[in-house]
Design a protein around this ligand. Sequence first.
Ligand code: FES
Ligand code: FE2
Length: 349
Amino acid sequence: MTASIIDPVPGAAEVAAVPILSNESPSLRPFWHPVAMSGEVGPQPLAVTVLGTEYVLARMDGRVTAFEDRCPHRWFPLSAGTVVDGTLECPYHGYRFSADGRCVLIPARGPEASIPTKADLRPAWGVQERYGIIWLAPEEPLADLPVINEWDEPQYGREQIGPSRWKVSAAHATDNFLDVSHFPFVHRGTFGDPADAVVPEYELVRDGLTFRYSYRHLAVNPEEVRLLHGDDSADQERAMTVSYVPPFTVVAEVRYLGTGVVDIVLVSSLAERPGSTRIFSMLIGTDAAKDGEGARIYEEKILLEDKDMLERYPDETFPLDPSAQFHSRADRMTVEFRRILMEIVSRSG
Ligand code: FES
Ligand SMILES: [Fe+2]
């Protein structure tokens, strides 16, 4: 289904003209979306949903391919097929497709028959494997993937968190991953420090459709982190640098100033369909190197706190016009997020 980009906000006549974003907004097609962990794409085709459109992923010729999940013949889902001799075979009438999407065999016509291009598959604009994740761009992307130099540094570990499916929009999820003033409230069960609610002034730098901000705060030092860091203090001071890449990717670099621990959390949200968002995350750094499983369990606990809170939103309403909601100075990053999404929607008309 194709959703309209601009929908009225239900029950709010005074802001009825405010554009809101849906998990199926076509404006989000020219971007990289996380669609699977690398380990999920094996010898069999895999179905994924991006902005309401089904794609089939398959490893053919040693690379990951992505096509619309619909056989050109009778529109059967190719994700139900198999990879045979380096080609993707449709299970209905046995048509075969090469890694570049070309239809190379129509069994009912025999191997010598010429095959028109109308029988070819429709590929995504691009697919790439980076940071242990498969990324898909339905159309030529307007922004690159984030650069995480630490990914290739041998002293750091890499640990997969999730993925998990949340009943919330990708915009709400990303809004939360960029936000810091919820820490003392939503994350009371992990690192949130109720005595450190004030968000200090921080610097935010905009660069094209991306931005980055840095700030310092105190984090409670729970038992799991005491063990991981070998630090028994009640609080740890953390310097955070958070980068945003549209539409729904956030990279948070967390430096613990007392111990020198560096943890980088990549979290990216796949807008599947309304009310369904798949959260992909990788932890890169000191904790993942020291105790990958312990670090993963702790990160999953933090994400669960966010999930439990976010799934209480009654619907997907996410107004893009910053004037629709109240903001304080602590919210500069989430206001910038709305501005960028608004620009993206306006750009696509
Ligand atoms: S529907 Fe795929 S081969 Fe006929
Ligand atoms: Fe959170």
